[in-house]
Ligand binder design. Structure first.
Ligand code: AR6
Length: 179
């Protein structure tokens, strides 16, 4: 099932799937490590699908700081761009919610700068970095909803969740958010 919400002409949707298989999206977001290297989870899936050219392009851009975002091309991915974000490690990088919000804000700013029409996010920080999914979803959606009316180019924002449980949590949180 796909849950959609439209706000200020921007569609926000949640789907279950693999961030590396979003062929109809212009930019996918990587839940990166500071060194912008392969890693596990999302970073593993993205680098595997993109091929070694992505690591090469990333090398001079690293390291990045928590909350920061950088953009590269998509290499062998079906997407034109990858936007790499370093999320906070839950319980260590504080304040977590502000640092996580910064990831979404900076990713959307970069997307606007590059005139990107559609972007897909994974649930940044909710895997290896331990951020509880419901809390992270709440930060992600409130940040995106806050920015929606100021977006000129980005018209579609997709959240790609790996498990059915994470999808359900995101759907609930999105439905609860009012603006
Ligand atoms: N597509 C979509 N979501 C996925 C996928 C996928 N292919 N694989 C996992 N997820 P994580 P983080 C979900 O660990 O917490 C990396 O190794 C996963 O279930 O990828 O920001 C990096 O190198 C979870 O809900 O990112 C960093 O060191 C969410 O995506 C570190 O882990 C994020 O999980 C980043 O940790």
């Amino acid at each position: 099932m796909i849950v959609k919400k439209a706000i200020s002409g921007v569609t926000i949707e949640c789907v279950r799937g693999d961030i590396a298989s979003q062929a109809d999206i212009t930019a996918v977001v990587n839940a990166a490590n500071a060194q912008l290297r392969m890693g596990g989870g999302v970073a593993g899936a993205i680098h595997r699908a993109a091929g070694p050219g992505l690591s090469e392009e990333c090398r001079p851009l690293a390291p990045i700081k928590v909350g920061e975002a950088v953009i590269t091309s998509g290499h062998n991915l079906p997407n034109r761009y990858v936007i790499h974000c370093l999320g906070p490690v839950y319980g260590r990088d504080k304040p977590e919610s502000e640092l996580l919000a910064r990831c979404y804000r900076n990713a959307l700013r970069l997307a606007e700068k590059h005139e990107i029409d559609s972007i897909a996010f994974p649930a940044i920080s909710t895997g290896a970095f331990g951020y509880p999914v419901g809390e992270a979803a709440s930060v992600a959606f409130s940040t995106v909803l806050e920015m929606a009316s100021g977006l000129k180019y980005v018209k579609r924002i997709r959240f790609v969740l790996h498990s059915e449980r994470d999808l359900e949590i995101h759907e609930k949180v999105l439905q609860q958010q009012q603006r």
